[in-house]
Write a protein that binds this ligand. Structure first.
Ligand code: SF4
Length: 335
């Protein structure tokens, strides 16, 4: 097994197992880290506990497997790869954030020419690189930029974003000309554009490159517009209620149901854990869906679904409650 590019904090893991005198550990890892499950399980066992690795998908701290862990009699959850999201977990939980070992310096240096037009830069990242924000900040300051790192107090770290919470970016959005996102993938920087409407440059430390996320963002906006137009024609709308602990927004789903019915359409509430095209295809009379669960499915994975899968704010546009322009101005996310 090649060494992980993430800090798996193995000695901390062993220490905590001993300190907490855990007997049966439920080990939850995101997809990219599952491969290290058996190695981490061996460490847990050596520290004196039996371990069960969750083989189910896990995309965020919203998906803390408290019910599953309880059902097998576990007395501790070890959750890798995400920072704490839910204030109260049903079972004692150890979060190990798996910080990336990669330096961000060279990618940030490559971002400087792309940020040339702007002086005030908002700096954001995911939990994997949050410990490298100072390193990135230094490079920006040396290049003559003013740097803002937002802290709205909702997430664990200043400057941190998750796919459904850009509050730290929004907290500084008015005072910056553009954002620099540090991390891999395009989902978070696209979300940043949708949340703030600001020009966004990505510094990808894994590929040691930087690029502007503009064409993709415009493409995504066009797709979202088309999906909203299609949903306007729907007679029957399915409203998805998430069953993962951090994705359960029953009040919002009920509010959506009322709005759909007020618009003279039929609303069907559907409780769901894993949203897949196959699961939704079981309801062939439904013409469009409102997704009150993870926004990633609507914004990043929409291509997998045959029918529109609107976020709640997009649904407000489709139902004539707000204008598209307002959505673009105020952003896609509640936080
Ligand atoms: S973006 Fe989706 S998977 Fe990530 S924390 Fe939010 S709800 Fe969970």
């Amino acid at each position: 097994m090649p060494p992980s590019t993430f800090e798996l904090d193995k000695s901390h893991l062993a220490e905590e197992i001993r300190k907490r005198k855990a007997r049966l550990v439920f080990l939850q890892l995101p997809e990219g880290l599952k491969t290290y499950g058996p190695e981490l399980a061996a460490i847990v066992e050596e520290a004196g506990a039996t371990v069960i690795i969750s083989a189910d998908p896990c995309y965020g701290a919203c998906d803390l497997a408290s019910v599953e862990a309880r059902s097998v009699g576990a007395d501790l959850i070890v959750h890798y790869g995400h920072s704490k999201m839910q204030p109260k977990a049903a079972l004692p939980t150890l979060y190990i954030e798996a910080k990336a070992k990669t330096t961000v310096k060279s990618a940030v240096k490559k971002a400087i020419p792309l940020l040339e037009t702007w002086r005030n830069i908002g700096l954001v990242t995911t939990v994997q690189h949050v410990h490298k924000l100072d390193e990135a900040k230094t490079v920006l300051l040396e290049a003559g930029k003013a740097v803002a790192v937002g802290d709205a107090g909702r997430l664990k770290y200043a400057g941190q974003v998750v796919g459904c919470d850009y509050s730290n970016a929004k907290a500084v959005s008015r005072e910056v000309d553009a954002f620099l996102f540090i991390g891999g993938g395009k989902f978070h920087p696209m979300g940043l554009v949708l949340a703030t409407g600001k020009p966004t440059v990505v510094a990808n430390p894994y590929e040691k490159r930087a690029f502007r996320i503009k064409t993709e963002a415009l493409k995504l906006l066009r797709k979202r517009w088309a999906n909203i137009q299609e949903a306007k024609l729907a007679d029957e709308i399915g409203i998805l209620v998430g069953l993962k602990p951090g994705q359960k927004r029953i009040d919002q789903a009920l509010k959506m149901k009322n709005l759909v019915e007020d618009a003279g359409k039929k609303a069907i509430l559907l409780a769901i854990r894993e949203i897949t095209p196959e699961a939704l295809m079981q309801f062939p009379t439904i013409d469009a869906f409102i997704n009150t669960t993870c926004p990633r499915l609507s914004l990043d994975d929409a291509g997998r679904f045959r029918l529109p899968l609107l976020t709640p704010k997009e649904a407000l546009v489709a139902l004539g409650k707000i204008q598209w322009e307002k959505l673009c101005k105020e952003g896609w996310f509640e936080n």
